[in-house]
Ligand binder design. Structure first.
Ligand code: SF4
Length: 449
């Protein structure tokens, strides 16, 4: 693909420089390379993160005929019910098969119990077409082999129901890895394309339906297609994948899924992630370049959405420019968010922590970060708290467990998990994304007044 091209109206702007409302956002031109080769502080210590079960909350809404059966403890059940909030009052598409003391003591055959639970569930819910058995810490402790259970149950219930498994265990993981594990488990089920099928674009990563529809419209207007989204909204609508598949990652936490797609011959289109005007434009541009779309057409299709988003972001920039932000490692969205907040909102990056740094998938993002940005990978919560307290940033992005104590110390926080639950990708959501950071700062100012 072609190197990232500067956006219309790009110019250098110092952090803190005020931008009049209504102006096109000035995108800062960084020195070539940005943070591509920047040193990274590797942290290994105590973690404060949610486990991969959390992904069920957005995945069960996305794949509308799938069911997620966690094989875990009452703690696991409590976690997803709390995280799902009001969903427990509806007929949910997730549940927990509780491993109790008898299972843990080896007094009951967990496989027999699981078969019984699944049989009862599928008899009661005939609309389920795809069942995920989701492993947890307890199922791993008792070494319950869910891949064998899934194969056994698939043989029993196919072709009506496909049964797959993945791990959402919290041991050494972070919460967005649940989606990665889920999608990676689904890749072997994707059909091969027809021999004479044209090159197709696959957008990989769960997006809110409204965002997916906006991107589908833009791709159609650009003349790029066929375009498919993965995961699909229905289990029966799995996209084909093969050597003529080109894919764009819509989320930065899908390393295992990308590897599985690569093994099927698909080719990733390197691009920044579609956050903000710049990220969205470069992400779309990667597909446009691959599919031979003329620059004039690209500009004509995207110009009004870019302009609209730039104007909307400029209002948020008035509040955010020059503010100092500190990221604890949590969602794996930290680096694309830092790029957006620094380049389009003029925020100053104190430290950008990420649970894992996938240099290949994040190469385009790292190149756009301001040179000299402090990057850290992994977690040592005590060390990071010390650095955060010493820096006294204007806003801290962190997990729920750290937010309340930091607020009590007088800091302003933003929950990282909210950024995964909220539609933030694309032009029409760029201003909403910025506002997620403006709101806590404005609230703090009001409380102080
Ligand atoms: S999978 Fe592990 S970390 Fe997650 S809720 Fe269950 S016991 Fe806790």
């Amino acid at each position: 693909m072609s190197p990232a091209r500067p956006l219309e109206g790009a110019r250098t702007a110092a952090a803190g420089e005020a931008t009049p409302v209504g102006a096109v956002i000035p995108i800062r031109a960084e020195a070539a390379g940005g943070c591509v080769d920047a040193p990274v502080l590797r942290e290994r210590g105590q973690r404060e993160v949610f486990c991969g079960l959390t992904g069920i909350i957005w995945l069960h809404r996305k794949i509308q005929d799938a069911f997620f059966l966690v094989v875990g403890s009452r703690t696991c059940a409590h976690l997803i019910q709390s995280a799902a909030g009001v969903m427990i009052f509806a007929e949910p598409r997730f549940a927990t098969a509780i491993i109790d003391e008898r299972d843990l003591a080896g007094l009951a055959d967990a496989n027999t119990e699981l078969d019984r639970v699944v049989t009862r569930l599928l008899a009661r819910r005939p609309e389920i077409k795809l069942l995920f058995l989701v492993g947890s810490c307890p199922s791993e402790v008792i070494k319950l082999d869910l891949s064998r259970a899934a194969a056994r149950l698939s043989a029993t219930f196919s072709p009506q129901v496909r049964v797959l498994n993945y791990s959402g265990s919290g041991i050494e993981t972070t919460f967005t890895q649940g989606e990665d594990a889920c999608l990676a488990s689904l890749v072997p089920s994707l059909p091969p394309p027809d021999a004479d099928a044209p090159a197709a674009l696959l957008v990989v990563g769960a997006l809110a339906d409204v965002v997916e529809d906006q991107f589908a419209r833009l791709f159609a207007q650009l003349g790029i297609g066929p375009v498919r989204f993965f995961p699909p909204r229905h289990a029966s609508d799995l996209p084909a994948v093969g050597p003529n598949t080109r894919y764009l990652l819509a989320q930065p936490f899908l390393a295992d899924t990308a590897r599985a797609l690569d093994e099927r011959g698909a080719q990733r289109l390197p691009a920044p992630f579609p956050l903000g005007v710049e990220g969205t434009t470069e992400w779309l541009q990667a597909a446009a370049t691959e599919f031979g779309i003329a620059a004039e057409k690209f500009d004509a299709v995207t110009a009004s959405a870019r302009q609209r988003a730039s104007v909307a972001i400029a209002r948020q920039r008035v509040q955010l420019a020059g503010k100092r932000i500190f990221f604890f490692p949590d969602s794996q969205l930290e680096i694309p968010l830092a790029r957006f907040l620094s380049r389009e909102l003029g925020m100053e990056l104190v430290e950008v922590g990420t649970p894992y740094l996938h240099r290949q998938h994040l190469a385009e993002e790292l190149a756009l970060l301001p040179a000299g940005t402090v990057l850290s990978e992994g977690q040592h919560v005590e060390n990071q708290l010390d650095r955060c307290r010493a820096a006294r940033p204007d806003i801290v992005v962190c997990g729920l467990g750290l937010a309340n104590p930091l607020e009590a110390e007088g800091m302003t926080t933003k929950w990282a998990i909210e950024l995964v639950f909220t539609p933030i990708q694309g032009y029409d959501q760029a201003s909403d994304l910025a506002e997620l950071f403006t709101r806590p700062l404005v609230r703090k100012l009001r409380l102080a007044a």
